[in-house]
Design a protein around this ligand. Structure first.
Ligand code: NAD
Ligand code: DAU
Length: 348
């Protein structure tokens, strides 16, 4: 039966790829995007789906904030929404160090508004997209869904706050909500503030890339379509009230990622500048999650890291107009100057 999925934050990196995933894999379903178009959201990110005659009739966009209950409830009523999948968030750790307040507004209060609307309109399900960062850092082994929630940055604490809203609404009101916790994503349309697109876009212009400390932090890199497939599986087959880890066992250090990017772009090691760690003690050393609970639902990562990293780099090479429009904006340049200016100096 045809369903209408409200994708909040659908004009951002993972949300837009989830829209592509639905349009490709659930041919009967419609997608409605609600997105505030913050600095990280762009209409150019969803233009391919809106302009393609094969998908244009199944996707609709509304501007608006998830904290705005009038907008959220209005869209749900007008579009007869069945499910909400919430990607809307302030998502960058470095920005959260400079401006933590906006993270609480969106990542905590906004989640409450969506939960309240899910209850009010008797929606079938709401899936909240969270992060493996809520567990904090782990030197050895892996986090399971029962590991303690110990976030270390203002961003991860705000995501943990959103998750606590989900938990409380499930227990108190029986709201049909679920949570996913994924590792670091890479793929097309990622805003060029995160490690991979930031480094790729700078290296393409022969600019130095700022590697924090020795670059020995470890992240579990997940291709964005594997994340989207995991979310879709949890939305349809997950147990209400439960959280599901999503990980690819694709652990790599930041230095390894940097060397892979240099290799793929044919750039010299001299473009890497090790800088004092701007995250200081809040820089989590390693993330690693056990995804057996989701694998038991039939999901597994379907993509090879080396192949999809190469495809991702090629996408940035082939789609320069998408990211150059962003990197030319004054707000982008102001953030880079404010955050990296003192470390990169004349290499900025
Ligand atoms: P992103 O920053 O690329 O996109 C966020 C989107 O949300 C943007 O389109 C932005 O305009 C929109 N938005 C922000 N505040 C809003 C608000 N108040 N109301 C409506 N829309 C708003 O983020 P992303 O990397 O695509 O991450 C999406 C989600 O996945 C986030 O919740 C993030 O915590 C989570 N996550 C991200 C990763 C990752 O590696 N990027 C990994 C695990 C989980
Ligand atoms: O683990 C999931 C999380 O992954 C998501 O919840 C976040 O939304 C997402 O941004 C990401 O968080 P990270 O902080 O791990 O991602 P980021 O790309 O900012 O940094 C990855 C690693 O690279 C981290 O150890 C810091 C380092 N880094 C990052 C940048 C931007 C650098 O060394 N230099 C840089 O310039």
């Amino acid at each position: 039966m045809s369903k209408t999925v409200l994708v909040t934050g659908g004009a951002g990196f993972i949300g837009s790829n989830y829209c592509r995933y639905i349009l490709q894999n659930r041919p009967d379903d419609r997608v409605v995007i609600l997105d505030a178009l913050t600095y990280a959201g762009n209409l150019s990110t969803i233009a391919d789906m809106q302009s393609n005659p094969a998908t244009a009739g199944r996707i609709k966009f509304y501007p608006g904030k998830i904290q705005d209950e009038v907008v959220v409830n209005g869209v749900i009523e007008a579009e007869k929404v069945d499910y909400i999948v919430n990607f809307a968030a302030e998502s960058h750790n470095d920005k959260s160090i400079l401006e933590p307040g906006s993270f609480i507004q969106t990542d905590v209060y906004g989640v409450f508004v969506l939960l309240d609307a899910t209850k009010r309109h008797n929606l079938e399900r709401m899936l909240h997209v969270s992060t493996d960062e809520v567990y904090g850092t782990i030197d050895n082994g892996q986090f399971t869904e029962n590991s303690p929630i110990e976030p270390n940055t203002p961003y991860s604490a705000s995501k943990a706050g959103g998750e606590m809203q989900v938990r409380a609404h499930v227990i108190t009101y029986g709201t049909p909500a679920l949570t996913t916790r994924c590792g670091n994503n890479y793929g097309a349309y990622q805003y060029p503030e995160k490690l991979i697109p930031f480094f790729v876009t700078r290296l393409m212009d022969d600019k130095k890339v700022p590697l924090y400390g020795a670059g020995n932090q470890v992240r579990d890199w997940v291709y964005v379509f594997d994340h989207c497939a995991g979310i879709d599986r949890v939305l349809h087959d997950g147990k209400i009230g439960e959280a599901y880890n999503i990980g690819s066992e694709g652990e790599r250090t930041n230095l390894e990622i940097t060397h892979a990017l240099l290799r793929l772009l044919g750039k010299p090691e001299s473009l890497v500048k090790h800088i004092p760690d701007p995250r200081g003690g809040a820089h989590d050393k390693r993330y690693s999650v056990n995804a057996d609970k989701l694998r038991a639902l039939g999901w597994k990562p379907a993509h090879n890291f080396e192949e999809t990293l190469e495809q991702t780099v090629r996408w940035y090479v082939d789609n320069q107009s998408w990211w150059r429009e962003i990197t030319a904006k004054p707000d982008y340049q102001a953030f880079i100057a404010r955050f990296y200016g003192k470390y990169l100096g004349e290499d900025l």
